[in-house]
Design a protein. Structure first.
Length: 463
């Protein structure tokens, strides 16, 4: 049994059958981090002593037949935007004092602790999570395990690199414009941006209601498992939705027969690399063989980039203002924060109104269509250490992420699932979008495709 290739559900089954122990799995995870992290830079903090203590406590509970929760003994990596008791949350910034104090857990971290998860450390992020790749002056460049010359994506790139290389089976991410889906697509992983409010967030993101917290994993079943744990009530998030009616794993294997699925190859405006476009189209129409009704259909909205830029840049302004000493921040972050300062209150409210209209349009679209399929990304991973691909006309990251940020504006659930590889061996991702609150349906569709068209991970292919 190869521990790095096991899913979280596989680990829990092995614990229950007494085929593995949490102490053995934690040791394997820590050994793999030590062996591989120098190549990909997934972790900015590793606490082996804490992980081992978590694992020993878990092993004792399993020995008594009293696991604390569904993730007892499972290693989970935490993105370094999420506050964690006892560990500095530096958010990729040299302007944050490591001395803290660090006395609180974010709601999702608290949920992991209650479930008995093993926490080995924190994963890298660009400064304040501001862009779609992962590099910072504090923690360096995070690389893609499929090809370390290329980016792992971002801003949850550390989590995706850790997952793809088999360091951990589960990780937490945040997604303000694609920051779960971008790195999962680039690294060949499933990931979910849940409906806004489904997973509690605290402290509230300075980027406001475009920012979501969600699960990242190596299987869709693991996404559902992790979502069950982190979507628990927490009074610190006043915007959280009521508790889900049941487990997100319930009905996960029910398939897509009879669903009405729209496929938009370009959302009416995006340029897509032909190789990626072919892989995604093949994946989209594969749903017909699974029993769904699949048709080409456009939601019918223009590129909402300007709306997103207003909301994102004003969020950056607020984020930078919260730093004790903003000198020396990422120059790109400084630029968009300066851009945010150019908007008036009336301009901001106008952008909120545009977002409302887009959300209404998509709500009406889902009266006819259960799901919308698009590419997750229009390109494969590009050179690490760059915000945009070489030769790109647009100098900012949203220029190459046209399929992700619209659904942060609308707050809909959106997942990516791997759908093949380019000739260069880099992953492509299919995006599955559902109506607000249809997280379970999105996961069900992702699971159906994953079962019919399984894709390997780096962990599957390496010892």
């Amino acid at each position: 049994m190869t521990v790095p290739a096991l899913t979280a559900t596989g680990l829990v089954a092995a614990y229950r059958a007494r085929e593995l122990t949490p102490v053995e799995v934690a040791a394997a995870a820590l050994e793999r981090i030590e062996a591989l992290d120098g190549d990909v830079n997934a972790f900015c903090l590793v606490d082996a002593e804490a992980a081992q203590a978590d694992a020993r406590a878990s092993e004792a509970r399993w020995g008594r037949g009293e696991p604390a929760g569904p993730l007892d003994g499972v290693p989970v990596a935490i993105k370094d935007l999420l506050v964690t008791r006892g560990w500095p949350t530096l958010r990729g910034s040299r302007a944050i004092d490591p001395a803290g104090p660090w006395e609180d857990d974010a709601p999702v971290v608290a949920s992991l602790r209650r479930s008995g998860a093993v926490l080995p450390g924190k994963t890298t992020t660009p400064e304040l999570g501001w862009k779609g790749v992962t590099d910072s002056a504090l923690t360096g460049v995070t690389r893609n395990p499929w090809d370390p010359a290329t980016t792992a994506g971002g801003s949850s790139g550390g989590s995706s690199a850790a997952l793809a290389s088999g360091m951990v089976p589960l990780a937490l991410g945040t997604d303000g414009g694609g920051s779960i889906r971008i790195p999962c697509a680039f690294c060949g992983l499933p990931g979910l941006k849940p409906t806004f409010g489904r997973v509690p967030a605290w402290p509230a993101s300075p980027f406001g209601p475009v920012s979501h917290v969600g699960p990242m994993a190596r299987s869709v079943a693991d996404l559902a498992l992790l979502l069950d744990v982190i979507a628990q009530p927490d009074a610190r998030d006043w915007q959280q939705l009521p508790p889900a009616a049941g487990s997100f794993g319930a009905g996960l294997e029910d398939g897509v027969a009879g669903l009405r699925i729209a496929f938009s190859p370009a959302l009416g405006h995006a340029a897509v690399d032909p190789e990626i476009a072919g892989l995604v189209a093949q994946a989209a129409f594969a749903f017909a063989a699974l029993g769904a009704q699949v048709e080409l259909a456009e939601p019918g909205f223009a590129d909402p980039r300007e709306t997103f830029d207003v909301l994102w840049s004003t969020g950056a302004t607020r984020a930078v203002a919260g730093l004790g000493d903003p000198d020396g921040i990422d120059p790109g972050l400084a630029e968009i924060a300066a851009q945010g300062r150019t908007y008036s209150g009336a301009g901001y409210l106008a952008a909120c109104g545009e977002r409302d209209q887009l959300a209404i349009l998509m709500s009406r679209f889902h009266e006819q269509w259960d799901l919308l399929l698009t590419p997750a990304m229009p390109i494969a991973a590009f050179e690490a250490g760059r915000e945009v691909p070489e030769g790109a006309e647009d100098p900012r990251w949203p220029g190459w992420t046209p399929f992700t940020y619209p659904f942060n504006l609308t707050q809909q659930p959106a997942a990516t699932v791997p759908c093949g590889f380019t000739a260069a061996g880099l992953p492509a991702g299919l995006q599955i979008v559902g109506a607000r609150h249809a997280d379970a349906l999105v996961l069900r569709a992702a699971r159906s495709y994953e079962q019919a068209h399984p894709q390997p991970t780096v962990a599957d292919l390496s010892p």
